[in-house]
Write a protein that binds this ligand. Structure first.
Ligand code: ZN
Length: 61
């Protein structure tokens, strides 16, 4: 098993998503913008564990 940079977030651990409208108390109006959220693919680590596929692997039936 090894780790590779997550292709979903390019290794940043976050992905930008369109945020739903939400009311900002500090701004006093509804905001709609993109916001970073932890990448689900890698769990926010930026890396994903991949299993090395062994050549000639045969599953025993
Ligand atoms: Zn990721």
């Amino acid at each position: 098993m090894r780790e590779e940079i997550c292709t979903e977030c390019q290794g940043t651990g976050y992905v930008m998503v369109a945020a739903p409208d939400y009311y900002s108390a500090s701004y006093g109006y509804y905001l709609q913008d993109e916001q970073p959220v932890p990448c689900r693919t890698c769990g926010g680590t930026g890396y994903v564990e991949v299993w090395e596929v062994e050549a000639g692997f045969e599953e025993a039936a």
